[in-house]
Design a protein around this ligand. Structure first.
Ligand code: SF4
Length: 289
């Protein structure tokens, strides 16, 4: 059970066995993302993957959840993923779900037949970073796909039986583009109607191109109040049916949760209250990626 680098996985996979089947991210170009900047993307040797699964099955035989790393492991060819999922199924008798990160392009590159086969073999949830529904923002931060391609990808994965968790990044539109970013993101998310929606808050990390832009005055990060307003705009404008919303990531100032659109009013009231009582917000020093 070897692991290279810092463990990266969604918060909801905290209890999962994390199995790296790739290293890094095949795109690795988003200007805000420090995660794999020092890592050259590569596909992990299959013999090593087999050894790790065999060892994990001895150490944690009752594992119910597995997460396949790293940044977009769904870019692996379907036959390789099928082999890995088959091994996991035979090694962990109680396995309930396998999760993975994907770009829109990774999903769109697979046929529906391939995605259905992966679902049948246990791939139950895909995590996709939409970040923004505003194509101007997506182009500026060099995201791989535009919003239309990501909407298509999510709908395709859902048609094939996968649960989809979509991640959006508050603050990415900058100060001037904050409202447009929130509204366009709500529009894209509403078309996706994912099973889960997570809002994270942008932290501009030194060494990233976005940090350089910020230093040159070309990008301005919204302040706390503006970020709360952005979240309220997003929540107000989302039209969703039974989507579990969370803002419990360590990067956020305010941890909220509920089902959208059912719990919208309660979530908006909590945001409004936090605007009046800043002591409810996570202090800056406690925020993290
Ligand atoms: S696709 Fe994801 S992991 Fe890769 S660079 Fe962009 S944000 Fe980072």
């Amino acid at each position: 059970m070897r692991y290279r680098g810092v463990v990266i996985r969604p918060p909801s996979e905290a209890g999962s066995y994390i199995l790296q089947v790739t290293y890094g991210c095949s795109h690795n170009a988003c200007t805000f993302c420090p995660t794999y900047k020092g890592t050259k993307f590569s596909v992990r040797d299959m013999e090593e993957v087999r050894e790790d699964i065999a060892e994990a099955s001895r150490m944690i035989p009752h594992a119910r959840r597995v997460f396949l790393g790293d940044g977009n492991a769904l870019c692996l060819p379907a036959p390789r993923l099928e082999e890995i999922l088959g091994l996991l199924r035979s090694s962990f008798p109680r396995l309930e779900r396998v999760g993975i990160y994907a770009n829109g392009a990774d999903i769109n590159a697979k046929s529906e037949e391939e995605l259905r086969d992966l679902r049948r073999l246990g791939l139950g949830i895909i995590y996709l970073g939409l970040e923004s529904g505003d194509d101007e923002v997506l182009r500026r931060v060099r995201k791989k796909d535009d919003s239309e391609r990501m909407v298509e990808a999510v709908l395709k994965a859902k048609r094939c039986g996968m649960a989809v968790s979509v991640i959006v990044l508050l603050g990415l539109g900058g100060r001037e583009g904050s409202r447009r970013h929130a509204l366009e993101t709500a529009h894209a998310v509403s078309r996706m109607n994912p099973d889960y929606l997570s809002a994270l808050t942008l932290m501009v990390v030194p060494g990233t191109p976005l940090h350089d832009e910020m230093m040159k005055g070309e990008f301005e990060l919204p302040g706390q109040e503006e970020l709360l307003e952005e979240m309220a705009t997003l929540v107000s404008a989302c039209e969703l049916d039974g989507c579990v919303f969370r803002s419990n990531h360590a990067s956020n100032y305010l941890a909220l949760g509920g089902v959208l659109s059912r719990d919208r009013e309660g979530i908006l009231a909590a945001i409004e209250e936090a605007g009046r009582r800043p002591n409810l917000l996570r202090p800056e020093f406690m925020r993290g990626l």
